[in-house]
Write a protein that binds this ligand. Structure first.
Ligand SMILES: Nc1ncnc2c1ncn2[C@@H]1O[C@H](COP(=O)(O)OP(=O)(O)OP(=O)(O)O)[C@@H](O)[C@H]1O
Ligand SMILES: Nc1nc2c(c(=O)[nH]1)N=C(CO)CN2
Length: 150
């Protein structure tokens, strides 16, 4: 919800300025049809961060950044101002009540795999053992559209 392009750019900048985080790459932004209850389109993208923070601390940083940009949790999979998900962390597999890595739904989501394949095509998703660029071949990308100029 809101000025999504500006919110995403500002959120990325916030992360890049966080001690222990170095921004290595960002994808283009993609306009994507919402999965879940009826709601406006999303703007999705991915970034690669080099971090000194362990995964749980990185999740806290992401959640704090969502809060900074006004994230309110109401409806499940409902509209939101900003959603920052931790998709992959090296080749780590982690399953705790508050954090699962890889993100458990990433392999099914064209809105994740299209931008991720742009910046990390040869990253292996460690649960399936498959490359991001190969996972992308198995999803329907018809509802994912490049935002021109991004
Ligand atoms: N890899 C992960 N990245 C982000 N949050 C995660 C992850 N694994 C578990 N979580 C937990 O999920 C909680 C809820 O996340 P959130 O409300 O953003 O879900 P969502 O984005 O609506 O749905 P989805 O998880 O399907 O993308 C977070 O507070 C966090 O504890
Ligand atoms: N297009 C799109 N749909 C969604 C998204 C998202 O990022 N993009 N995130 C969701 C929950 O995280 C639910 N539905």
């Amino acid at each position: 919800m809101g000025e999504s392009g500006a919110i995403l750019a500002a959120a990325i900048e916030t992360l890049a300025q966080t001690p222990g985080i170095m921004l290595k790459a960002t994808s283009s932004w993609y306009i994507t049809k919402a999965i879940g209850p009826p709601q406006p389109d999303y703007l999705n993208g991915c970034a690669i961060l080099e971090v000194e923070q362990p995964p749980q601390q990185l999740l806290e940083t992401l959640l704090a950044t969502e809060q900074k940009f006004g994230r309110v949790r109401s409806q499940h999979w409902g509209p939101r101002s900003l959603d920052l998900d931790l998709l992959l962390y090296d080749d780590l597999i982690l399953d705790t009540p508050t954090l699962q890595i890889p993100h458990p739904r990433m392999c099914d989501r064209a809105f994740v795999l299209v931008p991720l394949a742009e910046i990390a095509p040869n990253w292996t998703e460690p649960v399936s053992g498959r490359l991001v660029k190969d996972l992308l071949k198995d999803v329907d990308c018809s509802d994912v559209h490049l935002l021109k100029g991004s």
